[in-house]
Design a protein around this ligand. Structure first.
Ligand code: C5P
Length: 225
């Protein structure tokens, strides 16, 4: 397959306040990682899938995802998201020419978002990220909390995943990466690569806090019912 999908699930998820690494926390009886596979499985063309998990959970991930009937490789991640992405990229086969990097922590991302990103990477030949309009008013503040400015929110977009790239562009960005950044598009842009935004989806929210986990439980109950 020419599409590689790297699902990063190696974070500890400290802000969730659980002992279990976030992607292995259960929502309605299934791990967040397992929920994340539902949309990946819906992608209409063949993909090569790599799941990046904490080193101690590689075997657990293999057995947990075996029943999904979707071929995948499971590899150990690193201490930063960037290292985890790199670990995933390093095992993709030679036939892959478009790579999507997706957070397992966004398990309800509709498959349409994946399809939209793939189509846009192909048509632009460059990086593509899903984004959503910013709803809140955003202020710049100093350390003491004093407001310095109001940011023009029409110029802002809240970025989600999957982030898609021509493989060569992403691989070069990772080879030359110096700073640690939280998203792949930032690395590509540091090298002067262009990145554009397509519509994301509210269902792509990232499970970060206990409140997000409650929201996820509600959505899962609706899906099951
Ligand atoms: O912590 P946060 O939710 O922002 O992380 C985003 C995604 O990156 C999560 O799916 C998480 O599992 C993954 N990650 C990773 N390896 C790390 C840190 C985060 O795979 N060292």
């Amino acid at each position: 397959p020419s599409i590689g999908v790297v699902v990063v699930a190696a974070g500890s998820g400290t802000r969730l306040g659980r002992a279990t690494p976030k992607a292995f926390v259960e929502v309605a009886g299934r791990s967040i990682l397992s929920w994340a596979m539902d949309s990946v499985r819906g992608i209409s063309e063949p993909i090569e899938l790599v799941v990046v998990v904490p080193a101690a959970l590689v075997e657990a991930a293999r057995s947990q995802l075996a029943s999904l009937g979707l071929p995948f490789a499971a590899v150990a991640g690193g201490t930063t998201r960037q290292q985890s992405v790199q670990a995933g990229l390093s095992v993709l086969g030679d036939g892959v020419d478009v790579v999507l990097v997706h957070d397992a922590a966004r398990p309800f991302t509709p498959v349409e978002v994946f399809e939209r990103v793939i189509a846009a990477v192909r048509s632009t030949g460059s990086g593509v990220i899903p984004g959503q309009p910013v709803i809140d008013t955003i202020k710049g503040v100093d350390r003491s909390g004093l407001v310095l400015e109001t940011v023009d929110r029409s110029r802002l977009t809240a970025v989600q995943t999957p982030q898609g790239f021509p493989r060569a562009q992403l691989a070069e960005a990772y080879e030359r990466a110096v700073e640690d950044v939280t998203d792949d598009a930032a690395l590509v842009q540091q090298l002067g690569g262009s990145v554009s935004v397509v519509a994301g989806d509210p269902l792509s929210f990232k499970i970060t806090t206990p409140h997000d986990l409650e929201h996820a439980e509600e959505l899962a109950a609706r899906t099951a019912g």
